[in-house]
Design a protein around this ligand. Structure first.
Ligand code: LMR
Length: 404
């Protein structure tokens, strides 16, 4: 049995974590996985999460019963307000339906599965994804029979957005195509459209009747401000564009292991929304039956309590600001101390957890193999892996590979 099962390669991101852990070199640096670290390279349990955990521990009314199939209602309702806006017309008109999911990956999966069953496809099912994108998007869509097709997004010449190519791809795609857009803090490039560019993108999407599949894994990480980072999603909803949003609390609440996320589908009216909800419920039942309760209870407490919510906003700013400081320090080292060849403005212009350095795969490989600096082959670095103790070491190693 299983003689014909081919050996699969390890996951490109999590194999870096394993290799980093196994490395005994004292100055090793992990810039692979997008997970926040404090200035001492330690995972950071957000103070607000500690407070919420203590509240849950002392709550005698809680039990271990099943949650409803679509999740903890007070969690999904608050999560919808967080991304769509507390005064969202879609919420007030009961046009938005939400399902609690196994973090952002589960939201992507449920959203993709729902589309694979019910979207009014214009030919064989396809999803347009940015080139590049989070590597897992390929597998998630292929798993449900939707073929990923890349659209122009990143311009290696400017290490910025290929806005013209992006718009051309939206225009060239057949009507009613499905486009996956990163709502903010694009993974892996850290390059987002400006508000003006988002407006132009929305305009073409509306004209071509495309469907928007928003992936929002980093709300709060782009600017440090939860509302600002939701701007594109809210703008699209205001324009009446049909869309869904995948949401994750892994990064912004530091709840990586709890797998707490949500899928929000915004429909044109409440009657359609009800039908969508009924089918999401059927799909979820066959896949996981009921989502897990602990993470949802924690996030629900934080979102529904004004004091905890304010504390969470401060915690998010702490993370976002530390990352921004690291961007400035890396930029200073490369440009003012080491005079590293090339233009490094993108280090401070890109936003969110990641920076796309623009180095070649051979240079990334040299960093891993020679310098014990772990990063993905596409040159993406997780800025959260840098701190005041290791940024200089990293800058020197990067300088060395760039000089060849
Ligand atoms: C990443 O891109 O590093 C994170 O989103 C972690 C993951 O699941 O790949």
């Amino acid at each position: 049995l299983w003689q014909n099962v081919p050996l699969a390669p390890p996951d490109s991101i999590f194999q870096l974590t394993a290799a980093y852990k196994a490395d005994t070199f004292k100055d090793k640096v992990n810039l692979g996985v997008g997970a926040y670290r404090d200035n001492d390279n330690k995972p950071w349990v957000l103070p607000v999460v500690k407070r919420a955990t203590a509240i849950l521990l002392n709550d005698e009314t809680l039990d271990h019963e099943y949650l409803p199939i679509l999740g903890l209602p007070e969690y999904t309702a608050a999560a919808a307000k967080l991304i769509l806006g507390a005064d969202s017309a879609a919420i007030q008109e009961a046009r938005a339906v939400s399902a609690q999911t196994i973090s952002g990956t589960g939201a992507n999966h449920l959203g993709a599965l729902f589309l694979s069953r019910f979207y009014n496809w214009n030919g064989p099912p396809k999803v347009y994804i940015s080139n590049p994108t989070w590597a897992n998007h390929f597998a998630i869509f292929r798993n449900v029979g939707i073929e990923p097709v890349e659209y122009a997004y990143y311009d290696p010449k400017t290490i910025g957005l290929d806005f013209t190519g992006f718009i051309a791809a939206l225009e060239a795609a057949p009507e009613r195509s499905v486009f996956l857009l990163h709502a903010c803090a694009h993974n892996p490039t850290g390059v987002d459209p400006t508000e003006e560019q988002w407006k132009a993108i929305a305009q073409v999407i509306g004209a071509k009747k495309h469907y928007t599949f928003f992936d929002c894994a980093y709300q709060g990480f782009a600017s440090g401000d939860l509302d600002k980072d939701a701007w594109a999603v809210r703008y699209f909803v205001d324009q009446g564009l049909p869309l869904l949003v995948c949401q994750s609390f892994a990064k912004n609440a530091g709840l990586y292991g709890e797998r707490v996320g949500a899928l929000h589908v915004v429909s044109t009216n409440s009657e359609t929304a009800n039908r969508v909800k009924s089918q999401l419920s059927v799909l979820q039942r066959s896949e996981i039956s009921n989502p897990p309760s602990h993470g949802a209870r924690l996030v629900s407490l934080i979102l529904n309590n004004a004091e905890l919510f304010e504390e969470w906003r401060r915690d998010i700013r702490t993370m976002a600001e530390r990352i921004i400081q690291m961007r400035h320090e890396l930029y200073r080292l490369l440009t003012q101390e080491l005079h590293t060849p090339g233009n490094w403005d993108h280090i401070i212009n890109q936003i969110g957890m990641f920076s796309f350095t623009g180095i070649k795969p051979s240079q990334s490989q040299a960093l891993v193999e020679v310098a014990h600096v772990y990063l993905t082959a596409n040159g993406r670095i997780s800025m959260a892996g840098l701190n005041t103790h290791n940024v200089e070491y990293f800058a020197r190693q990067l300088d060395a590979v760039v000089r060849g």
